[in-house]
Design a protein around this ligand. Structure first.
Ligand code: GLN
Length: 537
């Protein structure tokens, strides 16, 4: 195909409408027609990346193969599109300004007055086109975070307005996603907020070609008509997108409404019936699972489930693969610590537990008490990153008897630093982007559970940490029945597992959830779910 096609996705009315899912779904449908696709997320905040933000701000920090700490929407893109993206696929205001200002200091704009238009907008367009070129994709999706009308997103919208002219109208489309709320008193579907956000977009100079309207129930014909009229669009360009049982249904729903064909026509792409049968099968497995297993999710950001979105999705992928429903039960580790949640209750209410990743002291002791109770009751336990580190601390404290065993992250003066800073971190001064990040090779020990999971000797998983199980104390750990079943090249434990445990007691230093895909679940999550299913039959 000669010229790259661009699909720009903007949002209106409010954030959190699932624009990322719509972008990912659009990509999946285009890809399923046989075209290559990549996706970019633009985040208008001034942080250079999401790595320095608390998960309560923006949910999970998604880690890419190349070690980018990115917005969680990249996770949706990777899962729906089945491809790996680079950290460059997440553009932020911070990155754009950092590079413009660095260039200015180097004298690259010598003699000029550096301005938002054209210098900042040029930088934005160069980045988008750079990714298009590098990926070689037929179609590039660009989602602009936030809501139209925000001050922060203006330079990005302006860049898109310019790109639409420069690339040609036939090579670009604009999809606007907005909300039609339903008034609880009258049950009426209201379109005014959608109309207003389209007006706002037009004021900036962007005419949407398609409007996707989120609502609790499907768009009523009159509402659809009204939106079309006010948007200056044919009615076929307005698509209702009601709430569905699982996010994976969204592409199927949009496709059933003629969305794929409509987009192909606008972009001048030859329409080919998309091959989505495996996806449909996956969605049916999720929806039709008769039996459910209950999984305790133990962490300190449980009030915002998006903080753990990739883990939730990895569990669902593995659930679908094993034809079993997944019911998640959330336990705030700070509440366990304070005695507000009894660990007995977790044992009674759930079949297994994931000890969630995290940083810092708050809630850590709560997780350790939960691990103890789970272990003593032979429940399947999967610890991810910080979760694995706390499993090791728990064993040292309660099986080996070193009561003061700890991580130096939590107690810098512990006499038993069983989890300690990675040597590569000793001289780290800046906290942004400086953890051990991204995919690294792991050597799997044959004859272990880890080997049973992967059936391979070298595997790659993505990392995001500064601390590691201290290799100094591994002999001791082994005497307690815990062995290392995966090693990093530098000789650090990547996977640990307990021998002679009735179910599964497994810790993973990397985050295998980042590589889990609907049609290709993570081997670790898959084995975890399979074990729970077997234990409960
Ligand atoms: N805080 C731990 C570390 O830095 C674990 C990090 C994590 O769970 N992602 O090593």
């Amino acid at each position: 195909m000669s010229k790259t096609k661009y699909v720009f996705i903007t949002g209106g009315v409010l954030s959190g409408l699932g624009k990322g899912i719509i972008t990912a779904s659009t990509g999946l449908l285009i890809k399923s027609m046989g075209y290559s696709v990549t996706a970019i997320k633009i985040d208008p905040y001034v942080n250079v990346d999401a790595g320095t933000m608390n998960p309560f701000m923006h949910g999970e920090v998604f880690v890419t193969e190349d070690g980018g700490e990115t917005d969680l929407d990249l996770g949706h893109y990777e899962r729906f599109l089945g491809i790996n993206l680079s950290k460059e696929n997440n553009i932020t205001t911070g990155q754009v300004y950092l590079s413009v200002i660095t260039k200015e200091r180097r004298g690259e704009y010598l003699g000029k007055c550096v301005q938002i238009i054209p210098h900042v907008t040029d930088e934005i367009k160069n980045r988008i086109r750079g990714i298009a070129r590098k990926s070689g994709a037929d179609v590039v999706l660009v989602e602009i975070g936030g809501t139209v009308g925000d001050i922060e997103s203006l330079p990005f919208l302006e860049a898109i307005r310019q790109m639409r002219i420069e690339e040609g109208r036939e090579n670009t489309i604009s999809i606007h996603v907005a909300l039609a709320p339903i008034l609880s008193v009258t049950g009426e579907q209201k379109t005014k907020p959608v109309q207003h956000s389209i007006q706002e977009l037009r004021r900036i100079g962007i005419m949407p070609d398609i409007v996707v309207v989120r609502s609790q129930r499907d768009l009523e014909p009159e509402a659809r008509q009204k939106i079309a009229l006010y948007s200056n669009l044919p009615i076929d360009a307005v698509f209702g997108d009601p709430d569905v049982e699982t996010i994976y249904e969204v592409p199927l729903l949009l496709h059933s409404k003629g969305y794929t064909r409509y987009i192909a026509r606008l972009l001048g792409l030859e329409y080919r019936e998309p091959d989505i049968s495996r996806w449909e099968d996956f969605v049916n497995r999720i929806k039709n699972a008769r039996r459910k297993i209950r999984i305790a999710m133990i962490g300190k950001y449980t009030k915002l489930h998006d903080s753990y979105i990739s883990i939730i999705e990895a569990l669902r992928h593995a659930g679908a693969w094993n034809n079993i429903g997944i019911e998640l039960k959330w336990y705030e580790s700070t509440d366990i610590e304070k005695g507000k949640i009894d660990t007995e209750r977790i044992i009674e209410e759930t079949d297994a537990a994931v000890i969630l990743p995290g940083f810092g002291k708050r809630g850590a002791e709560g997780k350790i008490s939960a691990i103890k109770a789970l272990r003593e009751n032979n429940k399947p336990v999967l610890g991810i990153c910080f979760g694995m580190q706390l499993m090791v601390i728990e064993i040292f404290r309660h099986v080996i008897g070193w009561e003061k065993a700890n991580s130096t992250e939590l107690d810098p003066s512990t006499p038993y630093p069983v989890v300690d800073l990675l040597p590569s971190q000793y001289n780290v001064k800046h906290l942004g982007g400086s953890m051990r990040l991204g995919a690294h090779p792991i050597r799997i020990v044959k004859g272990t559970i880890a080997y049973e999971m992967y059936k391979k000797e070298i595997v790659y998983e993505r990392h995001r940490h500064r601390y590691e199980v201290n290799p100094k104390f591994l002999d001791k750990l082994e005497s307690a029945g815990i062995r290392v079943s995966g090693w990093s090249v530098e000789g650090y434990p990547e996977f640990i597992e307990m021998d002679n445990y009735k179910t599964l007691f497994f810790g993973s230093q990397p985050h295998p959830e980042f590589r889990s895909r609907p049609l290709n679940p993570s081997p670790i999550y898959n084995y975890f779910i399979k074990t729970i299913k077997e234990v409960n039959t």
